[in-house]
Design a protein around this ligand. Structure first.
Ligand SMILES: *Cc1c(COP(=O)(O)O)cnc(C)c1O
Length: 956
């Protein structure tokens, strides 16, 4: 057949190629953008931006990029290699039912999962309310006064509680007592945390082995890992007599039926909210909680949501007491925690909102009754079941039959917990069904039906809960799914996430979290694997983790990867522990100095402090680079005790410093190791490798560069890469104290493993070439913004050739002088334009750091630039006296619908107030509150749900 003359085959690349999924600008847009910057080609721009001395020699290559369909097929095949059996292993991880309304409308909803940490309160009211519900839920269940908005996992929360106990304890002792009934991974992490700080961990039976006068604090598990439900009141009052601090690690589900830690006198309660609707996911992510007595709130680690007012006096939520945190207090912070587990905390809070106290109590009772039935059956078979009273966990002495029974159980599709050589642990949960119990009985040699055993109670009656919880109306009015759906929708509508607009946050890399990458995380083959299953049930996870590790080694130039750290800050902690262990192994344990430039991220000094290192601050010169003279001098001065330096590359000022190789050489010459903070890998992937530059260890924020969504402040993954000489000192398996390596840093061996499919899919769908192209376009987009804003704002810190890396710092300080317009005013006015502000006042006070990422199109970037230029013009109007100095759209931003009604006495129009350039008319984002008063909120601290007079009476 002849082809008609007007028919040609298109060379247009449809969506199913990397460059239209993750790369925003089209080829013709790129050409136009390059023209604005003044370059003939992308490669010419890159050659002028990334110094030749640090360019990688060989391109990233691991085969062709997969299409979306091919990648999903690969993920499916990999998932099928996992065997999601029913796991009754317990040990801190339990089967749970995610209410479908929560799964679809939160976990699978970009309005929730693509949001950023709520530092800008006006555009975060929805998630802040959900987190306040979470805090209220935790306070109610634990019987304590103040709860934070999540820690990383139960074991790290225990370590944080110990560190906090040491800070607030009146006892001068350096011993911390640990209940032998704590989960093994909790004990492992407590040891890791205590060792570098010189504290002693004493593990034992608190009722017989604890000398309260000798310790600064103690932790008890409630219920214990083997099922015991003990009353710790007496032990706690003895601890208090010597000024020591009592911590209880409590299962919130058990607390629905049992006397609370607060009622026992505990100072701190910690635990995991995993079983409130968050799948186990081979170890995470889930939200750990911490609650404390009011007297200790200023010493608490982690984010704390509080209630304040906006400029109209209306209620508004915000993050409270931020002066405790690493981004302000640095090495004096209460913790290094930055990214937490917000999305999972939101899910757990919604589980409580949906079920309410009656529902949660019923779920807890049902779990208990099933456990009693199970125990009765085992007893009928002649087994000794311990303990006498329990909630959901029993331990059975089986002697030599242990492996026979465990195997029989697996054949029935059930995992039991191996305890020592002769015992078996069984924990039941919300998902356990009659056939689950019958399977367990069969594994033990019994052929029973559930109906043969009466439901019963074996809770200790002295510890039955008599106090109320979840009494606030919010836990009573959303029982109908229609109301629940609307509540979740209402909250998400108050927030500005990536599903509405670009979030140009420097250093935070808010890039696309592609839908195809998100799909696999809720597949049961990934979501329902217990972290301590036998290896042959998690072969899919192993294949994925191995391949992703290999790819990350190729990207970074390192030799080994540990997937254990579940945030960037935890990666820093793990990396520094690795360095410390290396020095110790070389008889250089006295090396404890850590050089950190002033411009470093707050987590750097906070992490160094956690491993007992002393932070020595290095100056930064006027052009933003490390002050080499000062660096050389300090390295020389501390030559005998230098442990390491922590640098960020490209620098936190967004520039590829030419001197980086020299920095590494100097540190090595003086016996130190180089920690390169990998948060800015989005400027390097495919172009430059930390391992080639001379660094020894880095963390990679998979929730930045590798597409895991920020979830409104977590989850994240912060794996570390190391050179071969450090590989033997990577974190060991937390559940196996005999495994190789140094102290464990997360409760689960692979941290928050269930979100790894996101980063892996990204790598598969991009291929090495696609990843490299993404880096180049990220650099293009940043330089385009710098070029477009030229003349209106100064861009601080450029390379000698005038280029920035993947982000740029825009100086708004001149506006403060000329027009009284602060960086805060600019940030809030951007909300009126429909944007989340860039990173504010970091690393330079009074400036904005903009990072567009490769995902944003030219149109969206132009909208942002138009908004920034319009803001400059408004400031000019103030400068020239055309707008009032204090009563102007910048000072009064953000504007809300309240500004559209009632009297209007401002010297500018409502039109100008609400519809500045950049703002959409039909799809206008309306901030739900006017500017939030931060000072008021800290002075009048309220961290649980306030009485909601505008809510209807509690409805059933
Ligand atoms: C984000 C970031 C971190 C911390 O990562 P988290 O996951 O939030 O703990 C550390 N350093 C830099 C430079 C960062 O941007």
């Amino acid at each position: 057949m002849t082809t008609p003359a007007d028919f040609t085959f298109t060379d247009y690349q449809p969506y199913d190629f990397a460059n239209r999924r993750h790369i925003g600008p089209s080829p013709s847009e790129m050409t136009a953008m390059l023209k604005v910057i003044g370059y003939p080609s992308l490669d010419a721009l890159i050659d002028d931006t990334v110094p030749a001395s640090i360019r990688q020699k060989t391109p990233l290559a691991w085969g062709a990029a997969l299409t979306e369909r091919e990648a999903l097929d690969t993920l499916r095949e990999t998932a099928n290699m996992n065997k999601p059996l029913v796991s009754l292993i317990g040990q801190g991880y339990y089967g749970t039912i995610t209410p479908p309304v929560v799964q679809r409308n939160i976990l699978e909803n970009p309005a929730w999962y693509t949001a950023y940490t709520p530092y800008q309160p006006e555009i975060s009211q929805g998630r802040l309310e959900a987190l306040l519900n979470y805090q209220t839920m935790v306070c109610d269940l634990t019987g304590l006064d103040v709860a934070n908005s999540s820690l990383l996992d139960e074991a790290t929360a225990a370590a944080e509680a110990m560190a906090m106990a040491e800070r607030v304890s009146k006892s001068k002792q350096k011993i911390f007592f640990v209940d032998e009934n704590c989960h093994p991974q909790t004990i492992a992490l407590l040891k890791t945390r205590a060792e570098p700080l010189g504290w002693t961990i004493l593990v034992g039976n608190p009722f017989t082995d604890m000398q309260s006068a000798d310790v600064f604090g103690a932790i008890f598990q409630y219920p214990g890992t083997y099922g015991h439900v003990s009353d710790f009141s007496g032990l706690i009052s003895r601890l208090h007599q010597t000024g020591a601090i009592a911590v209880i690690a409590a299962d919130p589900m058990a607390l629905a039926l049992l006397k609370s830690p607060g009622e026992m006198g505990a100072d701190i309660a910690i635990g995991s909210t995993q079983r409130f609707g968050v799948p186990v996911g081979y170890g995470g992510p889930h939200a750990a909680y911490m609650a404390v007595k009011d007297a200790h709130k200023r010493s608490m680690p982690g984010r704390l949501v509080g209630v304040s007012v906006d400029s109209r006096g209306n209620r508004a939520y915000r993050l409270s007491l931020q002066t405790r945190e690493q981004h302000i207090r640095r090495e004096k912070a209460t913790s290094n925690i930055c990214t937490a587990q917000v999305l999972l905390a939101v899910m757990a809070s919604m589980y409580a909102v949906f079920h309410g106290p009656e529902g949660i109590k019923a779920i807890a009772q049902s779990i208990h009754q099933k456990t009693v039935r199970l125990a009765k059956g085992l007893e009928a078979l002649g087994y000794a079941v311990e303990p006498e009273t329990f909630f959901d966990t029993v331990t059975v002495e089986v002697g030599k039959l242990q492996s026979v029974i465990m195997k029989a159980a697996v054949a029935e599709g059930v995992n039991l917990r191996k305890i020592g050589e002769t015992r078996i642990g069984i924990s039941l949960d919300e998902r356990s069904r009659p056939i689950t119990l019958e399977s367990v009985w069969r594994a033990f040699g019994g052929d029973f039906k559930v109906a043969q055993f009466e439901p019963d109670y074996r809770l200790p009656s002295a510890l039955l809960r008599r106090s109320a919880y979840l009494t606030h109306p919010i836990f009573h009015m959303n029982r109908a799914e229609s109301e629940m759906t609307r509540y979740i929708r209402r909250l998400s509508d108050r927030d500005l996430a990536l599903d509405r607009a670009m979030i140009p946050l420097g250093s935070c890399t808010m890039k696309l979290n592609a839908t195809a990458e998100m799909l696999p995380i809720t597949w049961p083959e990934f979501a329902e694997i217990h972290p301590f299953v036998p290896a042959d049930q998690a072969l899919g996870y192993k294949a994925m983790i191995d391949d992703l590790s290999e790819k990350l080694c190729a990207v970074t130039g390192y030799d080994a990867i540990s997937m254990q750290p579940n945030s960037g800050a935890q990666g820093e902690y793990a990396g520094l522990l690795t360095i410390r262990a290396y020095h110790l192994a070389n008889n250089e344990g006295h090396r404890d100095i850590c050089l950190i430039p002033t411009s470093a991220h707050g987590t750097n000094p906070a992490s160094a402090q956690m491993v007992g290192m002393k932070v020595v601050v290095v100056k930064v010169s006027a052009n933003g680079d490390i002050d080499m003279e000062d660096f050389r001098a300090k390295a020389q001065q501390y030559a005998d005790t230098l442990a390491c330096c922590m640098i960020t590359y490209p620098s936190t000022h967004g520039v590829f410093e030419e001197s980086v190789r020299e920095v590494c050489e100097i540190v090595h010459k003086h016996g130190g190791q180089v920690y390169l903070d990998g948060a800015n890998m989005n400027a390097m992937v495919g172009l430059s490798r930390p391992g080639d530059i001379g660094s020894d260890v880095s963390h990679l924020n998979l929730h930045k560069t590798f597409c895991i969504p920020h979830g409104g402040g977590g989850p994240g993954m912060g794996p570390i890469g190391v050179k071969a000489h450090l590989a033997p000192y990577l974190p060991r398996d937390p559940s196996n104290p005999d495994s190789a390596g140094t102290g464990a840093v997360s409760a689960a061996p692979f941290g928050s493993a269930s979100i790894l499919p996101i980063s892996w899919s990204y790598c598969l769908m991009m291929g090495g070439e696609g990843l490299t192209q993404a880096t180049k376009v990220a650099i293009l987009n940043a330089n385009y913004i710098a070029a477009r804003l030229k003349g209106a704002y100064d861009v601080l810190y450029k390379s000698e050739k005038g280029r920035v890396a993947h982000e740029c710092i825009i100086d708004t300080r001149p506006l403060a002088e000329s027009a009284g317009v602060t960086v805060d005013d600019v940030a809030k006015r951007l909300i009126d334009c429909g944007f989340h502000a860039p990173t504010m006042s970091w690393p330079v006070a009074g400036t904005l750091m903009v990072e567009p990422t490769e995902s944003e199109t030219k149109a969206e970037i132009d909208r942002f630039c138009d908004a920034m230029l319009a803001i400059r013009e408004e400031a000019r109007a103030v400068e020239e006296g055309r707008l009032d100095r204090t009563n102007n759209p910048l000072k009064n931003a953000p504007h809300t619908v309240e500004d559209l009604v009632g009297d209007w006495d401002r010297p500018y129009s409502r039109e100008q107030a609400c519809f500045p350039p950049g703002a959409f008319r039909v799809d206008k984002y309306w901030s739900p509150v006017n500017r939030v008063d931060n000072v008021y909120g800290d002075r009048n601290l309220v961290c649980t749900c306030p009485p909601l007079e505008d809510y209807a009476e509690a409805a059933e």
